[in-house]
Design a protein around this ligand. Sequence first.
Ligand SMILES: [Zn+2]
Length: 160
Amino acid sequence: MNEPDCPWCWKMETIDEFGASDVIWRFPHSVALLGMWQFYQGYCVLVSRSHATELNDLPTDERRAYLDEMCLLAQALQTGYRPHKLNYELLGNQVPHLHWHLFPRYLDDPERMSAVWLGIDKAEREGGAWRRRMETGREERATTAAKIRQALQNLGAPQA
Ligand SMILES: [Zn+2]
């Protein structure tokens, strides 16, 4: 039930071509990817394997399983990074295929009371030093991906 013109459907079809720094975990109903804005150390995107626009469009069992997978990923981020707070965003205005953004927020973030998208929008518009700031984590991407993967392993997260 995939849509030919949907970039997330396309990525799910070709997921094996992406490396271990990008693909953190293959759950039965979703795939956890390491996001590009690692200023929010550990930022992940959890993409539904099925194409659906809204949560209520998924069959009940699939929706529950997808939400459970999101909670496992959240638990792994809490274990690995101990953020002040996790921000969960299910938007889809650009690509209407279910994908959760999980942004760990930290106390040393001077904009911690603002939505992440303000800083990300600035990075996309201005590029340069601000974009580098937003893309660069405190560690290498491969290290972050491995750390989250290990935490999921320890939690006994299901794999497909
Ligand atoms: Zn899709």
